[in-house]
Ligand binder design. Structure first.
Ligand code: DQA
Length: 153
């Protein structure tokens, strides 16, 4: 269910994702953060939805953005980056706001180092998409827009 007609999604990106495009392109690809946000925006607008895009390298700023989404967004597309593997505080913030969350990782974290295999966010996410690159953001927006359509029962 959406917050009274809020056809808006928060697209939230965590630390180091501002470096996309030049950061380890063999793992993360050559798309920039601007490309990621444009893909999410295009997927949303084609369904009559909008997005707010936020990226931060700071855990507390990400938590503040999650809190602020309550009342302004119907769901969150979130790549928590390395905080996925470390942050109970971010997982708690997501639980607190009770918004549907789609966790996205550009890379397949399960094919990488052992320490990336566990995500605290996955336990509070509705859906987890990893390994699809930039397409994962489009899929995440499509999922939220379709599952949260106000007219759907
Ligand atoms: C990432 C995977 C994380 O393990 C890593 O710390 C990132 C990016 C991804 O999108 O594949 O920064 O979330």
């Amino acid at each position: 269910m959406t917050t009274a007609g809020t056809r808006n999604i928060l697209v939230l990106n965590g630390p180091n994702l501002n470096l996309l495009g030049t950061r380890e392109p063999g793992i993360y690809g050559t798309s920039t953060l601007a490309d990621v946000e444009a893909a999410a925006m295009a997927a949303a607008s084609s369904r009559g939805w909008s997005v707010d895009c936020v990226q931060s390298n700071h855990e507390g700023d990400l938590i503040d953005a999650i809190h602020a989404a309550r009342g302004t967004a119907a769901g969150i597309v979130f790549n928590p980056a390395a905080y996925s593997h470390t942050s109970v505080a971010i997982a708690d913030a997501l639980s607190a706001v009770e918004l549907p969350v789609v966790e996205v990782h550009l890379s397949n974290i399960h094919r990488r180092e052992e320490f990336r295999h566990h995500s605290f966010v996955s336990a509070v996410a509705s859906v987890v998409i990893c390994g699809a690159g930039i397409s994962g953001y489009r899929m995440a927006v499509e999922y939220l827009a379709e599952s949260l359509e106000p007219e759907r029962g």
